[in-house]
Design a protein around this ligand. Structure first.
Ligand code: IDP
Ligand code: MG
Length: 144
């Protein structure tokens, strides 16, 4: 079963939207393999988003992602990576299709509720960034 990394961002947690967003995720058929609540440091978010370090929005993004608690989770489903990107919608909620999580809940291009890996390769490294093998395999012997 394909896996992807999702993160409920600090705006999602701060606006009490955790349950609503997880409901959407589960209704689309994703299985949550692992999940935890974390308060990320600027150092950690900076590393996670290192691919964007030359972009003008990088500093603000790093500050935003470390401004409150966030919830990384590992999701499993056939075509999990692409299906989750479809479910969350475009980066900018103004461009996200109706029915997508960002269209429904996001305030702006930065505060856009949720992260989703953009390829199977990225998903592998992003999952390893937040979760150990122990958390993934020992908790899910039948799903490993
Ligand atoms: P994605 O989350 O849809 O994959 P990326 O281009 O990978 O979008 O950007 C990572 C995150 O950086 C976005 O989810 C958003 O929070 C923030 N971001 C991207 N582009 C902008 C921008 O133009 N202005 C402000 N924030 C941005
Ligand atoms: Mg991205």
């Amino acid at each position: 079963m394909e896996r992807t990394l999702a993160i409920l961002k600090p705006d999602c947690v701060g606006r009490n939207l955790i349950g609503k967003v997880i409901d959407r995720i589960e209704r689309e058929g994703f299985k949550i393999l692992a999940m935890k609540m974390v308060r990320l440091t600027e150092q950690t978010t900076g590393e996670f988003y290192a691919v964007h370090r030359k972009r003008p929005f990088y500093r603000d993004l790093v500050q935003f992602m470390s401004s409150g608690h966030a919830i990384p989770m590992v999701l499993a489903k056939e075509n999990a990576v692409n299906d989750f990107r479809k479910l969350i919608g475009a980066t900018d909620p103004a461009e996200a299709e109706s029915g997508t999580i960002r269209h429904e809940f996001a305030e702006n291009k930065q505060n856009n509720i949720v992260h989703g890996s953009d390829s199977v390769r990225t998903a592998k490294s992003e999952i390893a960034f937040y979760f150990s093998e122990k958390e993934l395999v020992e908790n899910n012997p039948d799903l490993s």
